[in-house]
Design a protein around this ligand. Sequence first.
Ligand code: HDE
Length: 698
Amino acid sequence: MARAKQIPSTPHAATTGDGGELHQAASAPEARLTTNFGVPVSDDQNSLKAGRRGPALLEDFVLREKIQHFDHERIPERIVHARGSAAHGYFELTESLADHTRAKVLTEVGVKTEVFVRFSTVAGGAGSVDTPRDVRGFAVKFYTREGNWDLVGNNIPVFFIQDAIKFPDLIHAVKMEADRGYPQAASAHDTFWDFIGLMPESTHMIMWAMSDRAIPRSLRMIEGFGVNTFRLVDDADEAVLVKFHWRPKLGTQSTLWDEAVKIAGADPDYHRRDLFEAIDAGDFPEWEFGVQILTQAQADALAFDILDATKLIPEELVPIRFVGRLVLNRNPSNFFAETEQAAFLPTNMPPGIDVSEDPLLQGRLFSYQDTQLSRLGSVNFHQIPINQAKGCPFQNLQRDGHMQTQVFEGRANYEPNSLAEAGEDGGPREDPKGGFRTFPLAMGETKVRLRAETFADHYSHARLFFRSQSKIEQAHLASALVFELSKVTLAPVRTRVLANLRNVDETLATRVAAGLAMDLPAKSKAAAAPVDMDLSPALRIVGKYPETLKGRAVGVLVSDGADGAVVEALRKAVEAEGATVKIVAPKIGGVTLKDGKKLEADGQLAGTPSVVFDAVALVLSQGGCAELVGQGAAVGFVQDAFGHLKAIGFTPEARPLLDKAGVKADAGVVDLTGGAGAFLKPAKTRQWDREPKVRDLA
Ligand code: HDE
């Protein structure tokens, strides 16, 4: 056996195990590697051993400290919303709400308030994929001058349940089944639908969760909602009720289900990467901030209870007043320190914003503070930089505790005190006028454990949502129900859900039953008979988002011998409209163009399928196309682009590949011979007219 070489151990020659020099050694104190307590480390490559080939020594505090810290690098992931991506930015008020609130963040027009925003999926673990069918969290931490305001919302304006006491049941039902530990990040399984079928109040949320909203194209393209009803309170302690809204500048846009499933394999980090890269490139995502405001009298006159989080207020009924904007312009510097350690609390509210009696919200007021203790492990989690109140000082008489990082001076750790009279610092004092005052809601009811009768209508809003959708979206929704219920192995569970769907809309129930090849069961008994509400076209996505190339990605598949001038003209035209262009080639080294020049590739064909693009172009030579026609990855690239209703630009040499992939001529299949111009229009949206030709929907 070869004997290990003597390893020199001097500060100037850190070495690899075979004695080769790898690292620049530091001599200046500020550049030195040290232990956590500042002791300079002389050798970070070799542990301390009893002899050259001997066992490690317990004495090696450098090794032990490093390994021990590593052993504890992970903290418990969030029980829900574990998978998340975040960014820094600012909120700017454009119109004052001083007529309703004293919260400065909502009254000082033009002031930019720093924010940290975390988007998330709900059901999957921290390492799960970005594109399952799921609700997306939209949590905004405003570092206001009057303390942090956490608006912890979702991309869907309603929720599955009415009372917080059912939340653990809901989450247990949707997460991996308890005995088998699967499926991960998927609602398409027995226990979820079992719970849903038995909880008719979830039906409205199910409509949303089965709609395309639950498979967003990008986190930059989701709406946000505060969901629960809150209050705005003015100086005179007068209050109005309020619903909060975020509207993405790029419009609300989604993937198709088949596409979302394939993206999960092609790029599990699709949304995280998309957000990071957009911000990195200076293409800052932006949302409008809006409020729906109602007086208590207006709320009382509604046909539903706005304390019930399974209901929404159609914007046709109460318009949204847009009063601000949110811009995300900086990526986190460190994922763990910021995105993972961020703790959002619906109880974080500045004076002038207050809660309602919504029984879901009431439970949330306890839950978030509590969960941080098990996740972050200390009552001092507010001292972690990402959670600190940055817009103002925080000071009180709370002291000590696990991981206390503040060094308090003086003796004033109680109040009242008269230390100031003795010339000492007496500490901070309450502010009766400027401090947070709870809205003085008149109470005086009997204690009960029941659901208000005004919460009994479980179907009218589900019907409103379904019937307000475009034909395309209705077909997607029905097909999503067929897909999910087809994964349910317990037939009575499928039957129960169908029986409930009959209360929503008979055509929907019939379509889903047909898709399952099941007989329609008798309608389930509704706690309150559903009513027809005025439709709300504002609830659609298709036809609402702006047709634009902004924020989109175009993939250009090239081969050796391709015409570089076509690629360049396309790139110029597409980039001028705000999209990014990625070159895809059979090999990562790129291709040699017709004129002999080299064109670098951004992605290799086999690892860069068309699902990661919004539109594609095929710029091929005759020979290049002949080779690609025999390759599954190339055929799949085109087939999927067509199936996913994307624009396809092509040079005439690419025709054999189009034919092999079964592409049929339509307005979205564009010959690039006449220039890139004609490609731009279809590339700004999906070719919805194509869908019936490529897919059978329920
Ligand atoms: Fe949450 N929720 N939630 N939730 N929620 C959490 O808090 C909870 C609900 C939402 O990016 C947890 O810090 C209860 C509605 C988001 O860090 C936990 C109930 C809405 C996030 C918790 C609800 C949300 C969470 C897990 C029913 C939309 C991620 C980790 C009463 C308005 C925040 C954590 C982030 C996270 C409890 C229902 C949004 C366990 C008890 C409704 C966006 O505290």
